[in-house]
Design a protein around this ligand. Structure first.
Ligand code: ACM
Length: 541
């Protein structure tokens, strides 16, 4: 009864009981998964689960023969009266097998101290499992509302529990810069703090200063903690729009030559980077440090929602357009992104950008994160780019969970648990070869209206469990059958202390009466987004 649903699960007669004599026998290459399992089960049971050779009464983590039909993240799990055995060809596969093994135990296995619960009975079973998509991501926006490091580490554990493997950290935006850059210290000295925030969507200012950032050592810790759980942290430094916090720190990056403050209002700022060579060089410095901190093969440069009004009004931008032989401000944006595409490609990294990057030519290795409609996914895949389908109406977990007026700060279109579960990131119009460019999806938690871990839990869970199943599980999806597995899964989340949304809506303290949101009507919203993406439909501009 695990989530995400395994590909094949065959119950067998009998059980294996984990007790104080149980040991873990792991191939040396799988020592990380063994340490993780020992740490988690050891905390809940109070048992040592000491390393020991394979034999009766052990949990075995074995390296399988690479020719045996298992893919890189696949695993086999067998439990019988003599013990439990996980087999995989990689540490990641063994880790996922260990995650499933934990879910076979009672929900008490998710507590952090032994309460004398038990017995710790594993039902005999054979499971063969592996993911449908290689990219199973979650975006956490730590720019709008800073999430303390401890919150990020807790969230990583929850992603790993759901077999997600990418944490996309949205580190910079108009309202805050959250990563220390040694070469340009004012980015965090100034850019990490704002005077106040709007209450709800465009409500009154709250008068409360807000801020925070991760030091480079914090980032290294987050990256290592995630890596130990087979999660790649993909950093996003959003350029050339969504940059008011950087411009507040270094006004010479902007177009106005007048001081700005870190944005205190939500929505997309008009204040964008200028296109001088010094500004490009400034951000190349930033990326030099970002590449040192984040070993991820994928680096996100944002590229979304860059307002062009300041470039249109700027003699310097016009001069640049002429100097570079470009047609207009749209080409200026693609030239700007192209500089970073080339920089990353030269360093063996792949650029990820939101679907606006399709508005100009791209290096072949660039990856398109399609969010406004399916046009980015379809045009990107047809042009031979790998695609991550983050369709906002299907995977933006900051969107409201029902149309009930009590939903806290209702934003966007209604995105139910069932709709997330039903999401297929491969657009039906792609043929087989094109469809293979769809790597998967990243569900997104934008945090203008999510100001704490408690609110994050409410928006993320249990929809993130449904998303995980949409990304991981092969074969037909059955929402009612998922719901039957969700009931014991919620007990696991309760044991961890996750404040998920109840099926019948928010608890009284999860509501936010009087705080304005911005609910959207689906039909109106789809029509709006279709217009927005008409220039990338049916091929590249
Ligand atoms: C986005 O939601 N602006 C990518």
């Amino acid at each position: 009864m695990t989530i995400p649903r395994p590909e094949r699960r065959e119950p067998r007669p009998g059980t294996f009981t984990i007790d104080r004599d149980t040991g873990i026998a792991a191939h040396p290459a799988l020592a990380g998964a063994a340490a993780w399992l020992r740490g988690e089960l050891g905390a809940a049971t109070g048992y040592d689960l000491a390393p020991r050779p394979p034999g009766p009464g052990t949990i075995v983590l074995a390296l399988a023969d690479p020719g045996g039909g298992l893919g890189p993240e696949d695993y086999r799990l067998a439990v019988d009266a003599g013990g439990a055995r996980v087999e995989a060809v990689t540490p990641a596969g063994a880790f996922y097998g260990a995650q499933t093994l934990r879910q076979l135990l009672p929900a008490e296995a998710f507590r952090r101290a032994p309460l004398g619960a038990g017995p710790w009975i594993l039902p005999a079973v054979r499971i063969e499992d592996g993911p449908r998509f290689p990219w199973r991501g979650c975006l956490l926006d730590v720019a709008r509302n800073f999430m303390p490091k401890a919150e990020v580490l807790r969230f990583i554990d929850l992603l790993a529990m759901h077999k997600l493997n990418v944490l996309h950290l949205h580190l910079t935006d108009d309202q805050g810069w959250r990563v220390e850059i040694e070469r340009h210290p004012r980015l965090t000295e100034v850019g990490a703090w704002r005077r106040e925030s709007q209450m709800g969507w465009r409500g009154p200012g709250d008068g409360v200063p807000h801020g925070g950032f991760y030091t480079q050592r914090d980032i290294r810790e987050i990256v290592a903690y995630a890596a130990a759980r087979h999660i790649t942290v993909v950093p996003e430094i959003d350029i050339p729009g969504h940059t008011q916090a950087a411009i507040a720190a270094y006004p010479e990056l902007g177009n106005l030559g007048t001081p700005l403050e870190v944005a205190t209002t939500w929505g997309v700022s008009q204040n964008v980077l200028n296109v001088e060579e010094a500004t490009v060089r400034f951000f190349l410095d930033v990326f030099d440090e970002v590449l040192e901190l984040f070993p991820s093969p994928y680096i996100c440069v944002g590229g979304d929602e860059c307002r062009k009004d300041q470039w249109r009004a700027s003699p310097a931008a016009h001069r640049r357009i002429a100097e570079l032989g470009l047609r207009d401000e749209e080409e200026l944006q693609s030239w700007f992104i192209g500089r970073f595409d080339a920089y990353l490609a030269d360093r063996g990294r792949r650029m990820v950008g939101w679907d606006e990057i399709l508005e100009g030519g791209l290096a072949p290795g660039a990856v398109v994160a399609s969010w406004r409609s399916l046009d980015g996914a379809v045009s990107g895949a047809r042009a031979g780019h790998d695609v991550i389908n983050c369709l906002n109406t299907s995977v933006y977990l900051d969107y409201r969970q029902s149309d009930h007026p009590d939903e806290p700060v209702p934003f966007g279109t209604v995105l139910t648990l069932a709709a997330v579960h039903a999401f297929d990131p491969v657009p039906g119009e792609l043929d087989g070869a094109e469809a293979r460019h769809v790597l998967g999806s990243t569900c997104c938690l934008w945090t203008e209206l999510i100001d704490s871990g408690r609110r994050l839990d409410y928006m993320a869970f249990p929809r993130l469990a449904a998303f995980a199943e949409a990304m991981w599980s092969r074969g037909e999806r059955d929402f009612e059958e998922f719901r039957s597995r969700l009931a014991p899964h919620l007990e696991r989340l309760d044991a961890i202390g996750v404040e998920y949304r109840r099926e019948d809506g928010p608890l009284p303290w999860q509501t936010r009466p009087g705080v304005p949101g911005r609910p959207e009507d689906l039909g109106r919203w789809l029509a709006h987004m279709a217009v927005e993406t008409s220039n990338i439909r049916g091929g590249l501009t």
